[in-house]
Design a binder for this molecule. Structure first.
Ligand code: DX5
Ligand code: ZN
Length: 217
């Protein structure tokens, strides 16, 4: 399956979001980090801004919810028309019920795991999930360095997806760069979030192409 590059607008200029979205028109998805200052110690943006992003984005919108009470809020993002909603395993009481609700609202359903959270409880639930997000930094901030110790988890997740025979995407988020992306791809990831690597580049389109090529070899 071809790899997907999902630039994170966390590293974009929030005062010029429309222009920043236009700069990543060659990407596969745009990754939007929603933080509530409770689940993570940072606050970003919420539903009204996401609704406008859906209207102007040249690529499908991939929302990463780093918020408490995902059961209450995640469906609202699906209703906003995003392509995928990823909630944290640590922030839901009922992941399968929530994933089913997101799918019924027309969104892809993803579950995200902090670096220290086990992924194994989700292996039997893969048919209910369109994506698993293995966090490769502690969620909350862009620009952190990749945690090497998360690679075995990526590998185990890929093996489980292969064994289950589902078309679940395996996303990684945090510290993805020219230096790390090939290793992460070899471990089995196929959707790569990159914030500072993409928006920190002089030529954003060239950086997206470079990341895609390094992930594909
Ligand atoms: C961090 C966010 C990431 C962040 C990644 O909690 O979930 O999406 O933007 O930033 P980089 O690519 O700079 O590590
Ligand atoms: Zn993210």
């Amino acid at each position: 399956m071809p790899v997907k590059i999902a630039p994170s607008i966390l590293s974009a200029d929030f005062m010029n979001l429309e222009r920043e979205l236009a700069r990543i028109a060659t990407a596969d998805l745009v990754h939007v980090d929603v933080m509530d200052n409770h689940f993570v110690p940072n606050l970003t943006l919420g539903l009204p801004v996401v609704r406008r992003i859906v209207e102007v984005s040249p690529v499908p919108v991939d929302v990463h919810l780093m918020i408490e009470d995902a059961d209450r809020w995640a469906p609202e993002f699906a209703r906003a028309g995003v392509a995928s909603v990823t909630f944290h395993a640590e922030a839901t009481q009922a992941p399968v019920r929530l994933a089913r609700e997101l799918r019924s609202l027309g969104a892809r359903a993803g579950v995200a795991l902090r670096p220290a959270s086990p992924v194994e409880p989700f292996f039997d639930l893969l048919p209910e999930l369109d994506m698993v997000l293995v966090m490769t930094v502690e969620p909350g901030f862009g620009g952190q360095s990749f945690i090497e110790g998360t690679l075995p988890k990526v590998r185990r997740t890929r093996d489980a997806i292969t064994a289950a025979g589902t078309d679940t995407w395996l996303q990684v988020d945090g510290g993805v760069s020219r230096e790390t992306i090939a290793r992460i791809a070899q471990a089995g990831a196929d959707v790569f979030v990159a914030g500072s690597a993409v928006y920190g580049a002089d030529d954003v389109a060239a950086e997206i192409a470079e990341l895609r090529s390094r992930a594909s070899t």
